[in-house]
Write a protein that binds this ligand. Structure first.
Ligand code: ZN
Length: 162
């Protein structure tokens, strides 16, 4: 998604609304993510100087991932505030910095910005609305699995003693 800046935005003192969508590859959001809706952004920008503007709004998306508890599908709705000061590439203030987004000419490519916002907001583990009984069931199965591998653990222990 490319945000085209309105002519004269830099010194008009006006706020300009914008909206759009970005498609992200689910695989780029982590191994547990099954699918991701288009990343929706709605907001506004206002010029600060001829080389900088403020960008604010909201980012929303729906992510479907594997539940870490029960392996069912977990649906996770993202709704994030967006707030950035964006600098013209090559302007004095835009010294190389990892957390700065820049624009060129009258266009800001927002894909990388939106991807960064979404990545930073993702949970470490996805949990669906699985019922407590279901969790107990899974924990019991996990305990069973641990018992199944214990002979191997004993074998390892014996090997260490040799
Ligand atoms: Zn679950």
């Amino acid at each position: 998604m490319v945000l085209k800046l309105a002519p004269g935005w830099g010194n008009s003192g006006k706020t300009h609304a914008f909206s759009g969508e970005v498609l992200l590859d689910a695989a780029s959001l982590g191994p547990d993510v099954l699918s991701v809706s288009p990343i929706r952004v709605e907001g506004a920008y206002a010029g600060v100087t001829a080389d900088a503007f403020r960008l604010f709004g909201r980012i929303s998306a729906r992510i479907t991932a594997v539940c870490a508890k029960c392996l069912d599908e977990a649906v996770y709705d993202l709704d994030l505030p967006l707030e950035e000061t964006v600098l013209r590439a090559g302007s004095l203030d835009s010294e190389p910095s990892e957390d700065r987004f820049t624009f060129t000419g009258d266009a800001l490519d927002m894909d990388e910005m939106l991807r960064t916002y979404v990545l930073l907001a993702l949970p470490l583990r996805y949990i669906c609305g699985c019922l407590p009984e279901r969790i107990q069931e899974m924990d019991a199965a996990a305990a069973e699995a641990r018992r199944d591998i214990s002979p191997f653990a004993v074998l390892l222990q014996n090997m260490e003693e040799v």
